[in-house]
Structures are given as structure tokens and as C-alpha cells.
Write a protein that binds this ligand. Structure first.
Ligand SMILES: NC(=O)c1ccc[n+]([C@@H]2O[C@H](COP(=O)([O-])OP(=O)(O)OC[C@H]3O[C@@H](n4cnc5c(N)ncnc54)[C@H](O)[C@@H]3O)[C@@H](O)[C@H]2O)c1
Length: 271
């Protein structure tokens, strides 16, 4: 199935990972490149963007790294200008950035709420704002927004209200763009990953374990809880998200528009 994105130019926003290993965006950038796309790897952290671009170059793919804060209008405009200057078009936009923040309405501060919404929602609005006119001129394009099953599910005992609400907003934004731009040849879909084992999760598990007496045991316990919570007995990986993104970005999904694709091993169908 190689070559599913041949001749396409893709921007992956959040193409690094928050620690060593493979995050959703890093896997997606590498997967797109393996399938023939030229990939602009965008991240808040230059080194993270460069690491992904280097990985692609090492296997003979074409990529370049770009540092940007996708929650800032000027950065997003500069990102689009840089992509057009280098490759002259944008076929795929993969919005992958996202941060979490724990707490319900009482515990969460107003500042934390704004930060989560800036990164998780405003970023997706801004990238769409600057990329859509380019895709409209081309008469074609595909946007893939990474949401979360947290947008449709809130398990007892776990509170992260801003994350839940922000990912719900990502779903609504996706559907609205899909409807508005369908007749212009532009598709917009979202992926709702479940419990994935990415560097962000390792970081959270480390945070949880750092004050425990037996650090390693506490870390393993946290990872085991997430594995057990999945009906498959194992968390998913960034590659599962990447493969879903590949399908939605490719012409195989030409008639798939406004879809919220759950990639969770079946958690959401369990009572
Ligand atoms: N890991 C999971 O279990 C899981 C589950 C559901 C959804 N998701 C979603 O998947 C996406 C990626 O998650 P991950 O686990 O791979 O995370 P990650 O933290 O490893 O990767 C995210 C990348 O985005 C970058 N980033 C953050 N804010 C940015 C900004 N303002 N501008 C540019 N880049 C920025 C980070 O530097 C990092 O490299 C997020 O949207 C997350 O909400 C993850």
C-alpha cells in the first residue's frame, strides 16, 4: 500500500513528542512521509520538530522542521507562508497539538481553562483559518483534527473538565468546517484516540510516581491501570492514530467528510 500520499504536501502540527519515544504527531509525520508525502514538521519545541524531520530524512523522505506556537496567529501565518514558499501547496493539515489539565469546575483555575482552550481549540481554528484559503484555491484538501474520546466520555473518578470540553469543541469545529467546505472539495474529519501509550502518558505516569516511595512500582501501576482499562488489555500507540490519520488524509477517504473516527480498542462501546 506504499504511496498513498504520493505528491501531496502535508503539515503536521505538533509533529514532535513531549519526551523520548513516539507520540501521535511524530508517528503521523513519519507515516505520511513513508507514504510519499512531503511533510512540514511543526512544533512549539524546535528540537522536537527537528528530530522528526531528521527521522524522515534518514529514511529518504522529504521533510522540514518549523518552530511555531499554533495558538498564536502570527506563528500560524508564518507556518503557512513557509510551506507555500517551499512547496507551493498544502494538501493535508494534521492538527495534533493538545495539552491536558486535571480538575473539575471547582478545582480548575480560570487561567488553566484559558490555556487548555488556547492550545487545544484556538490552534485548530487558527490553522484552519490560514490553510483553508490555500486549499480552496487548489479546489482540494483534507484536514485531520486529533480530538479524544474524552470529548464523548467522562469516567467516574477522573476529572479534567477543560480537556473534555476543549475536545468537544474540536469535534464541533470539525463538523462545521466539513459542512461549510464540502462543496469546495475540502474534507475535514477528526480522530478520537482512546488510551494511547505516548511520551505524554509516560510523563504523566512519572509525575504521579515521583512522590511515591517505590517510584518504579508506582509508575508500573499507573501504566498497568491504563492497559487494564482497555478492552484489548493494552493501550494503543501513536501508530494506531497515525494509520487512522493516513486513511483520512488519503484519497481513499474521498467520500469521508465530517466523521469522528474513534480509535480506542473498544472502550467507548463498553458500559
Ligand atoms: N496520548 C493519549 O492517550 C491521547 C489520547 C487521546 C487524544 N490524544 C491527543 O493526541 C494529541 C497528541 O498527543 P500525544 O500524546 O502524542 O502528545 P505529545 O505531548 O507527546 O505530543 C504533542 C506535541 O505537540 C507539541 N505542542 C504542544 N503545544 C503546542 C503548541 N501550542 N504549538 C505547537 N506545538 C505544540 C508538543 O511540543 C509535543 O511535541 C493531543 O491532541 C492529545 O490530546 C492523546
Amino acid at each position: 500500500m506504499a504511496g498513498r500520499l504520493t505528491d501531496k504536501v502535508a503539515i503536521v502540527v505538533g509533529a514532535g513528542s513531549s519526551g523520548p519515544g513516539w507520540g501521535n504527531g511524530k508517528c503521523t509525520a513519519v507515516t505520511f512521509a513513508r507514504e510519499g508525502a512531503k511533510v512540514m514538521c511543526v512544533d512549539l519545541k524546535r528540537a522536537a520538530a527537528e528530530e522528526t524531520a531528521d527521522l524522515i530524512a534518514k529514511v529518504g523522505g522529504e521533510a522540514f522542521a518549523f518552530e511555531a506556537n499554533s495558538a498564536k496567529n502570527a506563528d500560524v501565518k508564518a507556518m503557512v507562508d513557509a510551506c507555500l514558499a517551499k512547496w507551493g501547496r498544502i494538501d493535508v493539515l494534521d492538527n495534533n497539538v493538545g495539552i491536558g489539565s486535571t480538575g473539575g469546575p471547582v478545582e480548575l483555575t480560570e487561567d488553566e481553562w484559558h490555556l487548555v482552550f488556547d492550545v487545544n481549540v484556538k490552534s485548530f481554528f487558527l490553522t484552519a483559518k490560514h490553510v483553508l484559503p490555500v486549499m480552496e484555491k487548489q479546489g482540494k484538501g483534507a484536514i485531520v483534527n486529533v480530538s479524544s474520546i474524552a470529548s464523548i466520555r467522562s469516567p467516574k473518578g477522573v476529572s479534567y473538565i477543560a480537556y473534555n470540553a476543549s475536545k468537544g469543541a474540536v469535534n464541533s469545529l470539525t463538523l462545521a468546517i466539513a459542512s461549510q467546505y464540502a462543496e469546495k472539495g475540502i474534507r475535514c474529519n477528526a480522530i478520537l484516540p482512546g488510551l494511547m501509550h505516548t511520551p505524554m502518558i509516560d510523563f504523566l505516569a512519572e509525575q504521579y510516581a515521583k512522590n511515591e516511595k517505590d517510584h518504579n512500582q508506582a509508575y508500573d501501576k499507573m501504566i498497568a491501570i491504563r492497559n487494564r482499562a482497555s478492552p484489548t488489555g493494552k493501550m494503543g500507540t501513536g501508530w494506531d492514530t497515525a494509520n487512522a490519520a493516513l486513511f483520512l488524509a488519503s484519497d481513499e477517504a474521498a467520500y469521508v467528510n465530517g466523521h469522528l473516527l474513534v480509535v480506542d480498542g473498544g472502550i467507548t462501546v463498553r458500559a
